[in-house]
Design a protein around this ligand. Structure first.
Ligand SMILES: [Zn+2]
Length: 140
C-alpha cells in the first residue's frame, strides 16, 4: 500500500512538472517524433516547401529555433536550415553512431539531424528538421 501511494505521487509530480514548464501537450504523432526521436516521412511535413518570413519555434516549448532567412531548399524532403538562432539548438551524437542529432536546447525536443560538408550553402551546414517538431510564427 505504501509503495503504491509513493508511485502515485511520483507520477503526479511528473505531470505537474511538465505542466509547470508550460510545455504544449503533444499528439501521438508529435510524441513519436519529438519524444521518441522518430522521423516524419519525406515530403510530408507542412513546412517542407514553406516560404514566408518569420521564425520557426519548438513545437513543445515554444523557443525560437530558426529564422526563415536561414531556410533553404535542399530537395531532401524535410525543412532545411543552414544556421540556428544562437544557442537554440543542441547537437549530440545520434544513437546510430554516425549522425549528429539536433535537439531544442531548452526542452530537449528531438528536431532531426545536422549534416556538414554537403556544400548546399556557404555555411556548408544543413539542419534537417522534422516539420512536426516546429511551429511557424509569421513576422508581421
Ligand atoms: Zn523546446
Amino acid at each position: 500500500m505504501v509503495e503504491e501511494s509513493k508511485e502515485g505521487r511520483r507520477c503526479a509530480l511528473t505531470v505537474t512538472d511538465a505542466d509547470a514548464k508550460g510545455w504544449r501537450k503533444l499528439t501521438r504523432e508529435e510524441e513519436r517524433v519529438i519524444v521518441r526521436k522518430g522521423t516524419e516521412p519525406p515530403f510530408s511535413g507542412e513546412y517542407e516547401a514553406h516560404v514566408a518570413p518569420g521564425v520557426y519555434a519548438c513545437k513543445r516549448c515554444g523557443t525560437a529555433l530558426y529564422r526563415s532567412e536561414d531556410k533553404f531548399d535542399a530537395g531532401c524532403g524535410w525543412p532545411s536550415f543552414d544556421a540556428e538562432l544562437p544557442g537554440a539548438v543542441r547537437r549530440l551524437p545520434d544513437a546510430d553512431g554516425v549522425r549528429i542529432e539536433i535537439q531544442c536546447a531548452h526542452c530537449g525536443a528531438h528536431l532531426g539531424h545536422v549534416f556538414e560538408g554537403e556544400g548546399f550553402t556557404p555555411a556548408d551546414t544543413r539542419h534537417c528538421v522534422n516539420s512536426i517538431s516546429l511551429d511557424f510564427r509569421a513576422r508581421s
